[in-house]
Design a protein around this ligand. Structure first.
Ligand SMILES: Cc1cc2nc3c(=O)[nH]c(=O)nc-3n(C[C@H](O)[C@H](O)[C@H](O)COP(=O)(O)OP(=O)(O)OC[C@H]3O[C@@H](n4cnc5c(N)ncnc54)[C@H](O)[C@@H]3O)c2cc1C
Length: 141
């Protein structure tokens, strides 16, 4: 992986300044599950990343009855599913967010153990063929 600069701006204004005029060579970094993985694989090359996780303006969850809900761009999923107002007023959002990072689509070796037990179950699939493993899913899709 090529070396790159790491920016840790305290405000949105500082983040925008770090990104300005850099096109895609400097990118925002949130959880990193896409960006860091692509950098590690060499699928992407950047000159820098701008970590947005510590910017207070991007970490807010604000619910105003009658007006709506605002979720900051750096809010992690676990805070959404645990937020009392969201649980009460937006259960569909909680359902959707709870799927992210789940093992419905296994991509990590630790998740694969659960796939054969479902796919090989003759009661539901008859043939007992381990299609998920033979399709190469354990290495990632
Ligand atoms: C091994 C692995 C397993 C996964 N498993 C699942 C799963 O089970 N279920 C599922 O739903 N998803 C899964 N994913 C996908 C993962 O959830 C997404 O990659 C995730 O939503 C990306 O969010 P992030 O915060 O990590 O983004 P990052 O990786 O930090 O960023 C992703 C992109 O968004 C840009 N970006 C980040 N923040 C901002 C911002 N504020 N403004 C503008 N652009 C921004 C970045 O520059 C980058 O281009 C998996 C990914 C991996 C690598």
């Amino acid at each position: 992986m090529k070396a790159f600069d790491y920016f840790d701006p305290p405000t949105v204004g500082d983040a925008l300044a770090a990104l300005a005029g850099k096109s895609d060579r400097v990118r925002p970094l949130a959880g990193g599950t896409d960006l860091i993985v692509q950098l590690l694989r060499g699928a992407l090359e950047v000159d820098g990343v701008v970590d947005v996780k510590k910017i207070p303006e991007l970490n807010g969850i604000v619910y105003h009855p009658g007006e709506g809900l605002t979720i900051g761009a750096a809010v992690p999923c676990h805070r959404i599913v645990e937020h009392a107002d969201i649980v009460k007023m937006y259960p569909g959002l909680v359902d959707a967010v709870a799927l992210i990072g789940g093992n419905a689509v296994p991509r990590l070796p630790s998740d694969v153990r659960e796939v054969p037990s479902r796919i090989d179950d003759p009661a539901t699939h008859g043939e007992g063929t381990n299609n998920a493993v033979s399709a190469g899913i354990p290495g990632g899709i």
